[in-house]
Design a protein around this ligand. Structure first.
Ligand code: MG
Ligand code: ZN
Length: 218
């Protein structure tokens, strides 16, 4: 048991070194980098598609897609004419900073405004792995239930913004919006919360305005 704890700490220390290198490289090029985190099916790729359609004429962006086995999501992104880089983790349940560093070798960072990393769908260990991002965006969908905030507190505590997806389903699912906001703010008092339904383009304007203000600051 002692050895196992040592190994985990060792892995995270190694990861933090790679993350620091990524961050330096990205910030030197003036790129704002997002790490998108959620469980599978919360709507990360759909939110991204809506974002890309809205900002792609004004913002130079690229996307790194983390996925266990397929290129389904990167093909969805590439269909919008945006460069998409696929990482297949072959079973691993999170991205790490070393994987991102390898992809950064292939991306022309000069002239890029925004890099979005869609992590592997998982609310647990991706929270522990810094990728060198500037902002962590955590998604939860209304169908998952409000209890997930308190069951997976680390990812919400470390979020820079929380996006509640599929709010068009609120009339049909047992999900209390006020409880959700109170629980998120109990863990992370000042984090902005954006309720959206990306397919219906409901609430997306506010979240995109928030993001564009961050890009402008960079
Ligand atoms: Mg996806
Ligand atoms: Zn993992």
């Amino acid at each position: 048991m002692t050895e196992r704890i040592y190994l985990e700490r060792h892995i995270l220390q190694g990861n933090n070194e790679y993350a620091g290198q990524n961050r330096e490289r990205l910030q030197q090029s003036g790129v704002l980098t997002l790490n998108l985190l959620s469980s599978p099916g919360a709507g990360k790729t759909t939110l991204l598609e809506n974002l890309i359609a809205t900002i792609k004429n004004d913002v130079e962006l690229a996307v790194i897609e983390g996925d266990v086995a397929t290129t389904i999501d990167s093909e969805r992104i590439a269909a919008h004419g945006v460069p998409a880089y696929q990482i297949n983790t072959h079973g691993a349940c999170h991205l790490d900073a070393r994987m991102i560093g390898q992809v950064l070798e292939q991306i022309e960072l000069d002239g890029l405004d925004l890099l979005i990393i869609e992590n592997v769908g998982n609310l647990v260990c991706p929270a522990d792995f810094d990728l060198g991002e500037d902002l962590r965006i955590v998604l939860l969908s209304t169908t998952e239930g409000v209890d997930k905030v308190m069951k997976y507190p680390v990812v919400f505590r470390r979020a820079d913004a929380v996006v509640l997806t599929k709010v068009d389903l609120l009339p049909y699912v047992p999900f209390d919006l006020e409880t959700f906001k109170a629980d998120v703010h109990a863990l992370n008092p000042d984090v902005p919360i954006f309720p959206v339904a990306a397919l219906q383009e409901q609430g997306t304007k506010e979240w995109i305005e928030w993001l564009v203000s961050k890009i402008a600051r960079q």
